[in-house]
Design a protein around this ligand. Structure first.
Ligand code: HEM
Ligand code: HEM
Length: 185
């Protein structure tokens, strides 16, 4: 159940911080994977090492975010939303949560299989152990395929989500962006 019914209601401070922190890290990670694609091997390896560490950080922050969401009820959807808009927003949000778990997990599984059981260093601070998957090439390739397909799906949702946010802000002017952007009047 949700709590308030007007556009004046905002997400909790924790939900807002986690939303923007995770969004920035996801954008950074996708950009890092793309720009490093044609780089020389050592540069690509260095960037992908950070990609993996950032990806695991996103996974841990997402677990925290889901726990936070269960403990802090989000504001109710804006009353003026049409039924299809509310349904589309709900589906987008649920699929986003799924992807924020499934993309890093598939990456972690891929890295475990490619690395034959080698863990993932988190910025040299500590190492996450390899996931218990088969440590062979077909398994690694299967998770690589999954990682790519899920990341592509996230890009589609991202476009939909941002288009929705901008439509409500500039066309409908219903104040929904300020629910997630605290400094907007
Ligand atoms: C939310 C977090 C993550 C996002 C959004 C993300 C996104 C991406 C994207 C867009 C690519 C390029 C795919 C392609 O076109 O081939 C990629 C590649 C890759 N990712 Fe991730 N990733 C995330 C987390 C992780 C994690 C946690 C790991 C490992 C621990 C990882 C390991 C890799 C590897 C090894 C590749 C290169 C695959 C290849 O060259 O075939 N990623 N990632
Ligand atoms: C990869 C980046 C992003 C992801 C994964 C993401 C994910 C999410 C999720 C899961 C929610 C639902 C929160 C909940 O109810 O628990 C949400 C809400 C929201 N997001 Fe994003 N988001 C991203 C980027 C953005 C951007 C760039 C904007 C603005 C242009 C934005 C604007 C909003 C707004 C306004 C809400 C609140 C919707 C409402 O009124 O209920 N998000 N986002």
């Amino acid at each position: 159940m949700e709590t308030a019914t007007t556009s004046a209601a905002r997400y909790s401070r924790g939900a807002i911080i986690l939303h923007w922190l995770i969004a920035v890290l996801i954008i950074l990670n996708v950009t890092a994977a793309w720009v490093s694609e044609d780089m020389p091997k050592p540069d690509r390896a260095m960037i992908m090492g950070n990609h993996k560490a950032i990806g695991i950080t996103i996974l841990l922050l997402t677990v925290l975010r889901i726990v936070w969401r269960v403990a802090h009820r989000p504001p109710a959807m804006i009353e003026t939303l049409k039924a299809w808009e509310a349904a589309l927003a709900r589906v987008t949000h649920v699929v986003f949560y799924f992807l924020m778990l499934a993309i890093p997990l598939s990456g972690w599984a891929m890295s475990s299989a490619f690395g034959k059981g080698k863990g993932v260093s988190i910025f040299g601070l500590f190492t996450m152990p390899a996931l218990p998957v088969a440590y062979d090439k077909p398994t690694a390739e299967m998770f690589a395929e999954m990682h790519e397909v899920l990341a592509t799906l996230m890009l589609v949702l991202f476009a939909l989500h941002v288009a929705g946010a901008l439509k409500h802000q500039f066309l409908d002017r219903d104040g929904s962006l300020r629910r997630m952007v605290p400094w907007l009047p």
